[in-house]
Design a protein around this ligand. Structure first.
Ligand code: PEP
Length: 231
């Protein structure tokens, strides 16, 4: 299975010019690597920037940080999987703990979003704090429709805190998640990943990639994380 590195820019940076500069620096840095084909790199900017970023000359893919469960209609403020697909998004993050907390997203809402984005063929990154959420978040999602599903284990205590999860606990959770979803889907780790701990989550805790918040806003550090998985 290929490793997947996903940058979650969250509500950053504060304007389009800075977003363009950040992307240009990341493109420039990772073009030095001979990783092409070995790792999938995905950037998830805020919605307004997605269609405006210049993705020419790079294998980096675009993703969104959320989407709605309907394709169109009277749903003020929402962005649909159909719209994301139309502007070239390949990935979407669903159920991030910050959305569960601040937007009060429930497992039922997340379940509807997962189904809608899978139906559109988007690679759907379902964030969970632990294996107990899988049952509700994937309720009535058939095995056949799960081909584009990616799980991301993101322990709340590690998100944006600089206090990463221990490799032992990450491995334990990975094993629990695997017992439920089987061997075929990728599982990512997210939570205070940096260039010193990234490799351990992949090599010692058996993850298939990383979901990276804070460190993805620093092109040098983001590059170092990717480079650390090369060796
Ligand atoms: C995240 O936002 O998904 C995340 C893992 O953030 P951070 O890397 O900053 O902990």
């Amino acid at each position: 299975m290929k490793n997947i590195i996903i940058a979650n820019w969250k509500c950053n940076p504060e304007n389009l010019e800075k977003a363009g500069e950040l992307l240009a620096k990341i493109k420039d840095k990772i073009s030095d690597l001979s990783w092409s084909g070995k790792i999938d790199v995905v950037i998830c900017p805020p919605f307004p920037y997605i269609a405006c970023l210049n993705m020419e000359g790079t294998d980096i893919k675009l993703g969104a940080q959320d989407c709605f469960w309907e394709d169109k209609g009277a749903y003020t403020g929402e962005v649909s999987p159909l719209m994301l697909e139309d502007i070239g998004c390949k990935y979407v993050i669903i159920g991030h703990s910050e959305r569960r907390k601040y937007q009060k997203e429930t497992d039922q809402m997340i379940n509807s979003k997962v189904k809608a984005s899978l139906l559109r063929g988007l690679k759907t990154v379902l964030c969970i704090e632990g294996s107990s959420q899988i049952k509700d978040d994937l309720k009535d999602v058939s095995k056949e429709s799960m081909g584009n599903l990616i799980l991301a284990f993101e322990p709340i205590f590690a998100i944006g805190t600089g206090k990463p999860c221990s490799v032992d606990l990450a491995l334990k959770e990975n094993t629990e998640i695997r017992k439920i979803i089987g061997d075929s889907l990728p599982i990512l780790y997210g939570g205070s990943v940096n260039s010193s701990n990234a490799k351990d989550y992949i090599e010692k805790a058996n993850y298939n990639g990383l979901l990276i918040g804070g460190a993805s806003l620093n092109p040098e550090e983001f590059f170092k994380i990717i480079a650390s998985l090369e060796g």
